[in-house]
Design a binder for this molecule. Structure first.
Ligand code: FAD
Length: 433
């Protein structure tokens, strides 16, 4: 979908006289010249475009998938307090709020060990601990918002096929319906996901690994109300999470070794529900499967830098973490708000947005904060997916301390809710709760 520009821009396949061609080329370069080009119209790329709404910068968002295929991912996320505050500051939270589910309690437990850690909103002096939202709800709210931003051009389905970094600009070749087009920008922002062709093409190296586990995810309708409780239960094979959604739906994220995950996916619905019930417990009664089950590989990946001359990485393009704790998209939303703040300040001073001296401020802000969460999720998974006696003793002592020592509880909660670290100015305090 193309919201503007291309409807009036000439195509390369049309025949022109030399003079007309020169004239149209001038017009085209005038029209297709942006301040920022964002590749990737996922949640992170769109949040970034929305966060720049007041900047006056001319922005192009380029998304390869059609609107309907990008929306129908069948995913749901834990949206932490920092992310809802950022959405609130952007002005998009109101539209999402009626379609997300609040988390009123989080319960952590170690397999069948009876000691449970219970987090409540009052531990944080808040009214909720976060929310759970369907991928489509967040994506559509952000898209609707962008439709009213005159400075943003949304190009979809359009693919980037070539990038040419120059001293003062970056030139992109795009393909829309097998037709080639060119745009240029001061800065290219890669929000193109974990495989990020832009990161790879820019030669930015990344460290990480694929876990021995995969995740089976599914939507479940329990017989009894979920009571807005999120569960994270650690089993030797991997963590098992239940997230409460509107209409008494629940999202399960069942992490197990790869071969076991493939076997779970292959079960028929009845046998799947029998096995699921053993993991789930009977606190919500009988379970019904809604829709299809999906399998996701699990990676940890961290780019060595997030920026180079004329390019910045945000979201999964810069880092991916284990899904335990549901942090991935939240880190990306925070990257988006942080980079938008850095660029807005630079634009205000009339600086070139693609200069490394500008972009490095974003790198310095976000690199360590993201690394801490990546490390936290990795340690959590390794510590709990383990039957070594000293580790079992250590983690059970840790759970006891989390439940009994208020300072530890608040620290852990602040980490999970995104309230530790530097807050972007756009995040509205005391709201989004
Ligand atoms: C099982 C599982 C459970 C999870 N649960 C949670 C959770 O509860 N909470 C949470 O915070 N996170 C969670 N995550 C992580 C979360 O899914 C990701 O962090 C998030 O989707 C990343 O968003 P993104 O916008 O950076 O990338 P993506 O969603 O991957 O978007 C990238 C976009 O770029 C587009 N694109 C790519 N290449 C091009 C190109 N050349 N031209 C144009 N467009 C292009 C793609 O089409 C895509 O739309 C989970 C992950 C898994 C696997």
């Amino acid at each position: 979908m193309t919201f503007d520009l291309y409807s009036t821009a000439p195509t390369s396949k049309q025949n022109y006289s030399r003079q007309a061609l020169q004239q149209s080329a001038t017009e085209q370069s005038k029209k297709l010249d942006y301040d920022v080009a964002i590749v990737g119209g996922g949640i992170v790329g769109l949040t970034f475009a929305c966060a720049l709404k007041e900047s006056g910068l001319r922005i192009a968002v380029i998304e390869a998938k059609t609107d309907s295929s990008a929306v129908s991912r069948g995913q749901a996320y834990h949206i932490n307090l920092m992310s809802s505050r950022i959405f609130e500051g952007i002005g998009v939270w109101e539209q999402m709020q009626s379609q997300v589910n609040p988390i009123q309690q989080i319960r952590l437990s170690d397999a069948d060990y009876p000691g449970i850690v219970q987090f409540l909103p009052q531990d944080l002096n808040a009214t909720v601990l976060g929310h759970v939202a369907d991928h489509a709800v967040v994506l559509e709210a952000l898209r609707d918002f962008l439709r009213h931003c005159a400075t943003v051009t949304y190009l979809c389905p359009v693919e980037v096929v070539q990038i040419d970094y120059q001293a003062d600009r970056v030139e992109l070749e795009l393909v829309e319906k097998s037709e080639s087009k060119h745009i240029s920008a001061q800065l290219l922002v890669a929000a193109d996901g974990a495989r990020s062709p832009i990161r790879q093409q820019a030669g930015i190296r990344a460290d990480g690994w694929q876990y021995w586990q995969s995740c089976v995810v599914a939507f479940i309708q329990p017989e009894k109300p979920h009571q807005n409780i999120a569960y994270e239960r650690f089993w030797e094979s991997g963590p098992f999470a239940i997230l409460p959604l509107p209409n008494n739906l629940c999202r399960i994220v069942w992490t197990v070794p790869k071969a076991e995950a493939a076997a779970i996916l292959a079960l028929d619905d009845h046998e799947f529900l029998v096995q699921l019930q053993q993991r789930y417990g009977d606190q919500m009664g009988a379970l019904t499967l809604v829709g299809q089950r999906h399998l996701f590989p699990v990676y940890l990946m961290h780019s060595r830098v997030y920026t180079m001359h004329r390019v910045a990485l945000i979201g999964d393009a810069a880092h991916c973490c284990h899904p335990v704790g549901g942090q991935g998209v939240n880190l990306g939303i925070r990257d988006a708000a942080a980079l938008a703040q850095v660029l807005q300040a630079a634009a205000h001073k009339g600086e070139d947005l693609g200069l490394l001296s500008v972009l490095r401020q974003y790198d310095r802000w976000r690199f360590l904060e993201n690394l801490i969460i990546l490390g936290f999720t990795d340690v959590l998974d390794r510590l709990f997916s383990n039957s070594l006696f000293p580790l079992v003793t250590l983690r059970r002592a840790g759970l006891w301390a989390l439940q009994s020592v208020p300072l530890m509880k608040v620290l852990a909660l602040k980490l999970m809710t995104g309230l530790l670290g530097r807050s972007p100015e756009i995040a509205k305090p005391n709201q989004g709760k």
